[in-house]
Design a protein around this ligand. Structure first.
Ligand code: AMP
Ligand code: MG
Length: 334
């Protein structure tokens, strides 16, 4: 199959919608990461998504919708709190899980009787969803296990020959996937942290953070978010998360432990003798750059990547969550 790349131009919406209506899958830009979209109500289209990604079939997909009303088409019970959060955070990087109606196939929900919803903050993509008039199931547009793509070129690297169309919307604003929440008796539980932070949600309700966000699952732990089970977001090189109190001790550690195949992601590169790649001084910058720099390190032939641990406040918790999985929980504490 030939994989075409087209710009995020409104005149390309009818062509993308036509492919999706025929049951094809199309890579689309969003403000989080690129998505691999298909008709979320079609078991066949959804199977194509799992196949193209090599994704385990029990890892459920998120339905992307263009209007809050659509919740009533596809969810059995819509909590009042969901409407308040949608009003404040949609379109945006917040995914909410609710009991599903039977019109949503089990293939989409990974066999669960709940389904996840999000309204992406990208006008082109919202118009595409409207043109389709069905929700788009869209996981990140990478091969399962690799870092999520934050640019169309990275989608092409993973999906060339497997899908007919990639829509290029430039660099993604957040660079990390959405925050995923479920509803509890008195508020919400964060299953995956993202751009809508715990601090932001706390203004609306009681917020719990699932243990799996920062820790590895132990045998016997109940898995609330199947995506958290897998080693994830990893480049080919071995990644280590390095926890330290300041930039100087991180630089000292790297300077004593690097070789020519080491690449470093540091908050401050000045005193580091190893090759470094763009990362950030703030958590927002770290979020934007993490996946792109992990992919870049592979392109440069890295064998080992040392990444300075982010601080866990705000969107930093999301960076921490992705990084510790990319590192398969290998943490060095200085
Ligand atoms: P991705 O599509 O790559 O952004 O991953 C979607 C994430 O949402 C995964 O971590 C899933 O485990 C989680 N998710 C989606 N639907 C559900 C659901 N019904 N219950 C729990 N987690 C879900
Ligand atoms: Mg993903």
């Amino acid at each position: 199959m030939n994989t075409q790349i087209l710009n995020m131009d409104p005149k390309n919406i009818p062509f993308a919608a036509e492919l999706l209506k025929k049951g094809e899958i199309v890579a689309i830009p969003t403000e989080t990461v690129y998505g691999l979209a298909g008709n979320g109500l079609s078991a066949d289209a959804v199977k194509k998504i799992f196949e193209a990604k090599g994704r385990p079939s029990d890892n459920p997909l998120i339905l992307h919708i263009s209007s809050v009303d659509w919740l009533y088409r596809y969810a059995e019970n819509v909590p009042d709190l969901a409407l308040r959060l949608a009003e404040r955070f949609w379109p945006g990087p917040l995914t909410m899980i609710m009991p599903k109606k039977s019109i949503v196939p089990m293939e989409t929900s990974g066999g669960l009787d709940t389904v996840a919803f999000r309204m992406p903050n990208n006008q082109w993509t919202l118009k595409l969803i409207e043109a389709c008039d069905f929700p788009l199931a869209a996981p990140s547009a990478n091969l399962s296990g690799l870092p999520s793509p934050t640019r169309a070129g990275y989608v092409y690297n993973d999906m060339e020959g497997k899908i007919p169309l990639i829509i290029d919307g430039g660099q993604c604003f957040y660079g990390l996937e959405s925050t995923v929440i479920t509803f509890t008796d008195n508020g919400v539980r964060i299953l995956r942290p993202g751009g809508v932070t715990a601090e932001m949600l706390k203004r609306f309700c009681f917020v719990e953070i699932d243990k799996a966000v920062t820790e590895s699952l132990q045998n016997g732990d109940k898995v609330l978010s199947p995506g958290m089970k897998y080693k994830h977001y990893s480049p080919k090189a071995e990644v280590f998360m390095v926890k330290c109190n300041d930039n100087e001790s991180f630089a000292d550690f790297v300077n004593k432990n690097f070789d020519e195949n080491t690449i470093v992601l540091a908050k401050k590169a000045d005193n580091i003798k190893a090759k470094t790649l763009p990362y950030g001084k703030t958590a927002r910058q770290e979020a934007e750059k993490l996946f792109a720099s992990l992919r870049k390190a592979d392109e440069m032939g890295a064998k080992k990547i040392y990444v300075q641990a982010p601080n866990k406040e705000g969107i930093g918790l999301a960076v921490y969550n992705r990084l510790i999985r990319a590192a398969a929980f290998k943490v060095i504490e200085l």
